[in-house]
Design a protein around this ligand. Structure first.
Ligand SMILES: [Zn+2]
Length: 79
């Protein structure tokens, strides 16, 4: 969602948090929704609710959305 349509102003966030050694460089910064940013916190991974496996969080500068969230593909959509 573009930030001009957001209820709260977006904020600059570190993809890899400073507490984990993430630098304040353009490659590690993202313009983030405050709610998502607060929810993410300093985490780098989370538990997959279906498999229970420790899973890296989506990194918008490195990961591909479809591959990260739909690794087996999406029915009806081209791979
Ligand atoms: Zn959000």
């Amino acid at each position: 969602m573009p930030d001009q349509h957001a209820e709260l102003r977006f904020q600059l966030d570190h993809n890899v948090p400073e507490q984990h050694g993430g630098p304040s460089t353009p490659e590690n910064l993202a313009w983030a929704c405050p709610r998502c940013n607060k929810h993410k916190g300093p985490n780098l991974a989370g538990l997959d609710p279906e498999s229970g496996a420790m899973t890296p969080l989506f990194h918008p500068c490195v990961d591909v959305w479809r591959e990260h969230f739909f690794p087996g593909g999406v029915r009806g959509l081209p791979g």
